[in-house]
Design a protein around this ligand. Structure first.
Ligand code: PLP
Length: 376
């Protein structure tokens, strides 16, 4: 089998499986317990947060473990708007955002009577900076953009976005979805103008069911979960030291090997494109996009049909984001104003640095063969 759907979910690193299994079997005490075993658990979680704070360049107190990026997005967006009701009347969300951000923002805006405005994308799939500039004003409470788009790999220029916000809507907070950027881009939260950050474990070789929320010191959010006051009152619920350690180890390994992983993936992507039959495909990803994600259309073949035909040959890809799989076309590709033909025939291929050139060539060969068969 050839798995090319790493933007949807990744296999866990062996080191992570080993650590998790060991910790799951042995470290079962409640981290809030007053006895030694409980205190050991509490220390493990503290140590995990300290490591993450170093890796992401932020304070320990700015990090909260969650169940994943969807929870982090809900906690960040709802939490900020609920705690800061008079901070503005408008929320800006880029058209490229994952539903975890877009739908959450829509929901809370409806509940609180705020105006939700969608920031358009350019043809390259990034936030249209001119449009954003025009939309920013003193009434904007929150701006949500992603670092890297999960369907196209388009990379947003967060520094320019932050500069525009500072110039035109200094009161607005910036919420960034880093899900596809963690261990793929250097993230230095302390130096950035990012107020709220969203991370997920299963995209970086950690388990599903763990994520991270970053809230800059001084930014107030209303917690989603109330109860025993865990994690400085930011998220009640017995803390999970196994998940915390697994997430932290995967992040550390990913960041330590980021340079070599990125160059491997760049090579794999090129190998794949070189091996595809040139007359059959259109590359929808811009030249400057993340090398980990490739969005290509095979005009004349429906993306969904190609996906299933390849799955029969044990090659696994996505049509767009896995979460969009029931929509007729991807919202992101629509926002890029791609022609219908290209949207209908688009598929997403996402690589991992551990893959071999031969594996990638074989995937391209099977893709060429399948496209030819389906076009008959
Ligand atoms: N944001 C982006 C960019 C994603 O790709 C995903 C997952 O597909 C999410 C958010 C949601 O992550 P999770 O599965 O951890 O809730």
């Amino acid at each position: 089998m050839i798995y090319l759907d790493h933007a949807a979910s990744t296999f866990p690193y062996v080191e992570v499986i080993r650590l998790f299994n060991e910790a799951f079997a042995n470290n079962y005490a409640n981290p809030s317990a007053a006895h030694r075993l409980g205190m050991n658990e509490e220390l493990r979680i503290k140590e995990a947060k300290r490591t993450l704070a170093d890796l992401l360049s932020c304070e320990v107190s700015e990090l909260t473990f969650t169940s994943g990026a969807t929870e982090s997005a809900n906690a960040a967006i709802k939490g900020y708007l609920l705690a800061n009701r008079h901070s503005g009347t408008q929320v800006l969300v880029s058209a490229g955002e994952h539903p975890a951000v877009r739908i959450t923002a829509k929901h809370i805006c409806e509940k609180l009577g705020l105006e939700l405005k969608i920031i358009p994308l350019t043809r390259a799939g990034v936030v249209d900076l001119d449009a954003l500039e025009g939309m920013l004003n003193p009434h904007v409470a929150l701006v949500c953009v992603m670092a890297i788009n999960n369907e196209t790999g388009a990379i947003n220029d967060l520094s320019k976005i932050a500069r525009l916000i500072k110039q035109r809507a200094a009161q607005a907070k910036l919420c960034v979805d880093y899900v596809q950027a963690l261990a793929k881009q250097t993230i230095t939260l302390r130096q950035s103008a990012v107020d709220l950050g969203i991370f997920s474990g299963h995209k970086i070789h950690a388990p599903k069911g763990v994520g991270l929320l970053y809230v800059k010191k001084g930014v107030r959010i209303e917690p989603l979960l109330h109860g025993g006051g865990h994690q400085l009152g930011m998220r009640a619920g017995t803390e999970n030291s196994q998940m915390a350690e697994a997430f932290t180890l995967a992040t550390r390994l990913g960041i330590e090997h980021m340079q070599e992983n990125t160059s491997n993936v760049m090579q794999l992507r090129q190998t794949f494109l070189d091996a595809l039959e040139p007359s059959t495909y259109v590359d929808n990803s811009a030249n400057t996009c993340s090398p980990w994600i490739l969005n290509v259309s095979f005009p004349g073949v429906r993306g969904e049909t190609l996906l299933h035909a390849l799955a029969d040959k044990e090659v696994y890809i996505s049509q767009a984001s896995s979460c969009h799989s029931k929509a007729p076309y991807s919202d992101v590709l629509q926002a890029m104003q791609l022609p219908v033909e290209l949207m209908q025939s688009a598929v997403r291929i996402s690589f991992d640095a551990s893959q071999s050139n031969d594996e990638i060539k074989e995937a391209a060969r099977l893709m060429n063969e399948t496209v030819k068969l389906l076009k008959r």
